[in-house]
Design a protein around this ligand. Structure first.
Ligand SMILES: C[S@@+](CC[C@H](N)C(=O)[O-])C[C@H]1O[C@@H](n2cnc3c(N)ncnc32)[C@H](O)[C@@H]1O
Length: 297
């Protein structure tokens, strides 16, 4: 009787508790790679749509194909790419190498009921920015015009259009390849009546004196784009979502001072409404966002 109850409990637990994929992967690979290397298997991974991106330590490089195959099977991915050097340059291009399965790097990633189509070998998608994408989705309203100065494939513009339904979002993107997917994602998510994609350098192509809200989702020298952001804002002012990557001890005062000093020339003032950490970048360095209101002096 007692044994029967325990057996039932065991079976119920197996059914309701999600399985840990890493434990299963380790089990599957034991015997296929030397035992002392099992501890070096990737503990984290990026799954974008049905493509997996893995960081492979040097110690297990000789077994990367069989490792990739196992991860792909267990995590249900059509292909696996190796992260060979992070994300770099002003286009934020990832550095990846094909490892296993389909070589087709185009996928559709679903998040918060939004579909993002992208080529993961050319364009980034940061799962660490998910909370910020969701926050941006609900940040605007039907009365606003928004300018997204660094639109990419529509990371912020598309969820904002779907969930906040503003009058218009001007989405500027300098990389023609990202712009192509931005246009596709606008159609895929049925927001072409709201999001207007603009190809080019935002310093040249962004519209002037239209915006109630500006998204500056780019962290390299963001301050160099403040003049553009100020020109996009309506004369009456508005809100800027100002992204930065800095030592955590400098946030928010250093980036806020940057904005405060620059806006003085425009005879306006900056008010810090909110700031938050988006994600850790390196020990002591964070990606953060400041919500700054620009208003009359
Ligand atoms: C990839 S996004 C940053 C990621 C995004 N914040 C997220 O949530 O994942 C930055 C985009 O800004 C674009 N970009 C960089 N400089 C630009 C400029 N001067 N004008 C317009 N777009 C620019 C890049 O091509 C890139 O697609």
């Amino acid at each position: 009787m007692i044994i029967h109850a325990f057996l039932n409990l065991f079976l119920i637990t197996r059914l309701i508790m999600p399985k840990n994929p890493l434990i299963e992967i380790k089990n599957n690979l034991s015997g296929l790679i030397p035992g002392d290397l099992i501890q070096h298997l990737p503990k984290k991974w990026e799954k974008i749509g049905d493509i997996l991106i893995l960081k492979i330590e040097k110690s297990i490089k000789n077994y990367e194909k069989i490792i990739a195959e196992n991860y792909a099977c267990l995590l249900n991915c059509k292909g696996v790419f190796k992260d060979t050097g992070g994300i770099s340059g002003s286009f934020r291009k990832p550095s990846v190498k094909w490892l296993y399965g389909s070589k087709d790097a185009v996928t559709i990633h679903r998040e918060n009921k939004i579909r993002y189509k992208l080529d993961i070998s050319q364009l980034m998608f940061s799962s660490g920015n998910m909370d910020e994408r969701i926050r941006m989705a609900n940040s605007s309203n039907e009365n606003e015009t928004v300018v997204d100065l660094f639109a990419g494939i529509g990371y912020f513009s598309i969820p904002m259009a779907v969930y906040s339904n503003p009058k218009r979002i001007y989405a500027c993107e300098i990389n023609p390849f990202a712009y192509k997917f931005l246009c596709e994602n606008i159609l895929l998510n049925d927001v072409s009546d709201i999001v207007r994609p603009i190809l080019g350098d935002n310093r040249v192509v962004a519209p002037n004196n239209v915006a109630d809200r500006i998204i500056m989702g780019y962290w390299d020298d963001t301050q160099l784009f403040l003049k553009t952001a100020f020109s996009c804002l309506k004369n009456s002012g508005g809100i800027i979502h100002y992204h930065i990557k800095l030592p955590d001890i400098l946030v928010p005062h250093k980036p806020f001072e940057e904005v405060e000093n620059k806006i003085k020339k425009f005879k306006k003032k900056a008010v810090l409404m909110n700031f938050k950490k988006v994600k850790s970048y390196a020990p002591g360095i964070i990606h953060a966002v400041l919500d700054i209101k620009i208003e009359d002096l």
